[in-house]
Design a protein around this ligand. Structure first.
Ligand SMILES: [Zn+2]
Length: 155
Protein backbone atom coordinates (compact mmCIF):
# COMPACT_ATOMS: atom_id res chain seq x y z
CA UNK A 1 0.00 0.00 0.00
CA UNK A 2 1.30 3.46 -0.86
CA UNK A 3 2.15 5.44 2.24
CA UNK A 4 1.47 8.94 0.95
CA UNK A 5 -1.11 10.64 -1.17
CA UNK A 6 -0.64 14.26 -2.08
CA UNK A 7 -3.61 16.19 -3.41
CA UNK A 8 -4.11 19.23 -5.53
CA UNK A 9 -7.36 21.05 -6.23
CA UNK A 10 -7.94 22.54 -9.67
CA UNK A 11 -10.90 24.44 -11.07
CA UNK A 12 -12.16 25.07 -14.57
CA UNK A 13 -15.20 26.53 -16.31
CA UNK A 14 -16.54 24.37 -19.09
CA UNK A 15 -19.65 24.10 -21.24
CA UNK A 16 -21.22 20.86 -22.36
CA UNK A 17 -24.44 19.26 -23.43
CA UNK A 18 -25.38 15.62 -23.22
CA UNK A 19 -26.36 13.95 -26.48
CA UNK A 20 -26.71 10.28 -27.44
CA UNK A 21 -30.39 10.09 -26.60
CA UNK A 22 -30.06 11.74 -23.22
CA UNK A 23 -33.30 13.45 -22.29
CA UNK A 24 -33.42 16.20 -19.70
CA UNK A 25 -32.11 19.69 -18.98
CA UNK A 26 -28.53 18.66 -19.64
CA UNK A 27 -29.26 18.03 -23.33
CA UNK A 28 -29.04 21.83 -23.82
CA UNK A 29 -25.69 23.60 -23.74
CA UNK A 30 -24.89 24.90 -20.28
CA UNK A 31 -21.83 25.44 -18.14
CA UNK A 32 -20.38 24.22 -14.88
CA UNK A 33 -17.69 25.51 -12.56
CA UNK A 34 -15.90 22.22 -12.09
CA UNK A 35 -13.61 21.47 -9.19
CA UNK A 36 -11.30 18.46 -9.27
CA UNK A 37 -9.25 16.97 -6.46
CA UNK A 38 -6.29 15.13 -7.94
CA UNK A 39 -4.54 12.56 -5.73
CA UNK A 40 -1.06 11.18 -6.42
CA UNK A 41 0.30 8.25 -4.39
CA UNK A 42 3.68 6.71 -3.85
CA UNK A 43 5.58 5.00 -1.08
CA UNK A 44 9.13 6.32 -1.24
CA UNK A 45 10.12 9.94 -0.60
CA UNK A 46 13.05 11.55 -2.39
CA UNK A 47 16.19 12.79 -0.63
CA UNK A 48 14.42 16.06 0.20
CA UNK A 49 11.58 14.20 1.94
CA UNK A 50 9.15 14.95 -0.89
CA UNK A 51 6.89 12.52 -2.72
CA UNK A 52 6.38 14.81 -5.72
CA UNK A 53 6.86 18.55 -5.51
CA UNK A 54 3.57 20.48 -5.50
CA UNK A 55 5.14 22.77 -8.09
CA UNK A 56 5.91 19.81 -10.37
CA UNK A 57 2.35 18.56 -9.95
CA UNK A 58 1.02 22.00 -10.79
CA UNK A 59 3.13 22.02 -13.98
CA UNK A 60 1.78 18.59 -14.95
CA UNK A 61 -1.84 19.61 -14.31
CA UNK A 62 -1.75 23.08 -15.84
CA UNK A 63 -1.77 22.11 -19.57
CA UNK A 64 -4.52 19.55 -18.96
CA UNK A 65 -6.78 22.04 -17.20
CA UNK A 66 -5.94 24.64 -19.84
CA UNK A 67 -7.45 22.33 -22.50
CA UNK A 68 -10.75 22.19 -20.61
CA UNK A 69 -11.03 25.70 -19.24
CA UNK A 70 -13.56 27.89 -21.08
CA UNK A 71 -13.94 25.19 -23.73
CA UNK A 72 -17.08 23.62 -25.13
CA UNK A 73 -16.84 19.86 -24.73
CA UNK A 74 -17.64 17.83 -27.83
CA UNK A 75 -18.04 14.07 -28.09
CA UNK A 76 -15.58 13.46 -30.94
CA UNK A 77 -16.80 9.88 -31.37
CA UNK A 78 -20.31 11.11 -32.27
CA UNK A 79 -20.40 11.90 -35.99
CA UNK A 80 -23.72 13.69 -35.50
CA UNK A 81 -21.73 16.44 -33.75
CA UNK A 82 -19.40 17.11 -36.70
CA UNK A 83 -21.56 19.90 -38.10
CA UNK A 84 -21.89 21.53 -34.69
CA UNK A 85 -18.14 21.29 -34.14
CA UNK A 86 -17.49 22.91 -37.52
CA UNK A 87 -19.95 25.68 -36.69
CA UNK A 88 -18.16 26.39 -33.42
CA UNK A 89 -14.68 26.20 -34.98
CA UNK A 90 -15.58 28.69 -37.70
CA UNK A 91 -16.61 31.14 -34.99
CA UNK A 92 -13.37 30.76 -33.08
CA UNK A 93 -14.89 28.89 -30.18
CA UNK A 94 -12.58 26.80 -28.02
CA UNK A 95 -13.44 23.12 -28.32
CA UNK A 96 -12.20 20.18 -26.31
CA UNK A 97 -12.82 16.67 -27.64
CA UNK A 98 -14.02 14.00 -25.22
CA UNK A 99 -14.39 10.29 -26.05
CA UNK A 100 -18.07 9.78 -25.38
CA UNK A 101 -20.84 11.87 -23.95
CA UNK A 102 -19.12 14.66 -21.95
CA UNK A 103 -20.31 13.55 -18.51
CA UNK A 104 -18.42 13.99 -15.25
CA UNK A 105 -17.39 10.33 -15.63
CA UNK A 106 -15.89 10.75 -19.12
CA UNK A 107 -14.23 14.02 -18.08
CA UNK A 108 -12.56 11.99 -15.29
CA UNK A 109 -11.29 9.53 -17.93
CA UNK A 110 -9.98 12.46 -20.00
CA UNK A 111 -8.21 13.90 -16.94
CA UNK A 112 -6.81 10.51 -15.92
CA UNK A 113 -5.28 9.76 -19.31
CA UNK A 114 -3.73 13.20 -19.68
CA UNK A 115 -2.38 13.34 -16.13
CA UNK A 116 -0.93 9.83 -16.40
CA UNK A 117 0.78 10.87 -19.65
CA UNK A 118 2.05 14.01 -17.94
CA UNK A 119 3.56 12.03 -15.06
CA UNK A 120 5.18 9.58 -17.53
CA UNK A 121 6.65 12.44 -19.59
CA UNK A 122 7.98 14.14 -16.48
CA UNK A 123 9.54 10.87 -15.36
CA UNK A 124 11.08 10.19 -18.77
CA UNK A 125 12.30 13.73 -19.34
CA UNK A 126 13.29 15.09 -15.96
CA UNK A 127 13.18 12.64 -13.10
CA UNK A 128 13.29 8.85 -13.74
CA UNK A 129 13.23 8.49 -9.96
CA UNK A 130 9.50 9.34 -10.00
CA UNK A 131 8.71 6.03 -11.71
CA UNK A 132 11.15 4.07 -9.54
CA UNK A 133 9.46 5.38 -6.41
CA UNK A 134 6.09 4.08 -7.62
CA UNK A 135 4.43 7.47 -7.99
CA UNK A 136 1.13 7.32 -9.83
CA UNK A 137 -2.22 8.98 -10.24
CA UNK A 138 -4.45 7.39 -7.62
CA UNK A 139 -7.70 9.28 -7.47
CA UNK A 140 -9.74 12.00 -9.12
CA UNK A 141 -12.74 13.52 -7.43
CA UNK A 142 -14.60 15.74 -9.88
CA UNK A 143 -17.32 18.05 -8.62
CA UNK A 144 -19.80 19.08 -11.30
CA UNK A 145 -21.80 21.06 -8.74
CA UNK A 146 -21.28 21.76 -5.04
CA UNK A 147 -23.04 18.57 -4.04
CA UNK A 148 -22.62 16.24 -7.03
CA UNK A 149 -19.32 14.59 -7.82
CA UNK A 150 -17.77 11.54 -9.46
CA UNK A 151 -14.74 9.67 -8.19
CA UNK A 152 -12.27 7.82 -10.37
CA UNK A 153 -9.81 5.37 -8.81
CA UNK A 154 -6.68 3.77 -10.16
CA UNK A 155 -7.35 0.05 -10.59
ZN1 LIG B 1 -24.11 19.67 -17.09
Amino acid sequence: MPRFRINKIVRFETAHSLGRGYEGNCSSIHGHSYKAEIGITGDVLNDQGILIDFKVLKNILYPVIEELDHAILIDYTDRDQDEFEEYLSKRGQKICGIAGNPTAETICLFLAEKIQNGIAQYSDGFDPDVRRRGIRLDKIKLFETNDSFVEWFHE
